[in-house]
Design a protein around this ligand. Sequence first.
Ligand code: G3P
Length: 213
Amino acid sequence: MTIFVDTANILEAEKWLKQPFVTGVTTNPLLLAQVKPTNRFEHLQKLSMLLNKEQLLMVQAVGETPDELLEDARTIHEMLPEAIVKVPADRNGFTIAPTLNHDKIEITFTAVFSAAQGIIAAFAGGHYIAPYVGRMQDAKIDPWEQIEDMMDAFDAHELDAHVLAASLRTPDDVAKAFALGCQITAKPSVLDECIGVENTEKMVKEFNKARLV
Ligand code: G3P
């Protein structure tokens, strides 16, 4: 089972990385913009310092052209050699993938909205393929059908690719993604809802009240 916490917030990352079931941290430009770091790589270095030797960090490259995207991906790899580099599953991402593969830079293809896109991303060498479940639902796309087709194709072609379900909005989304065999990344608030179950907390209060002194 693989669970990433989806945040660039140092305090949130520190809190969740202490949970034994959390495998690592995923970030993206939107999440970094929320914390407004004065220096992107200094901030990402701080995040990477929070990881234990088994945990992973994913950092997304940005660029409006293949050259810009490749340059940023290479800079990320140079500054954070252990990080997995995220690239969009778009023309630019597919264009630079062979070079990243040649440079032995592990890839997460992100912002995936369809099975075909995710399957092509896997063929392009993506180790993780990240469908945006919540945003697919917003776009009236059935994420689960797309993910099932992706995973069937990965199996049929023996592709070494893993679906990392992202943009998960509820514990039900988390459970459904796991039920399909996905790995997941979720915001701290969603992870909190998964383990901070109100009914369980009410029961614990009753257990503690009832305990014999
Ligand atoms: O990891 C991708 C994720 O951060 C996107 O989530 O909630 O902005 O759709 P959201």
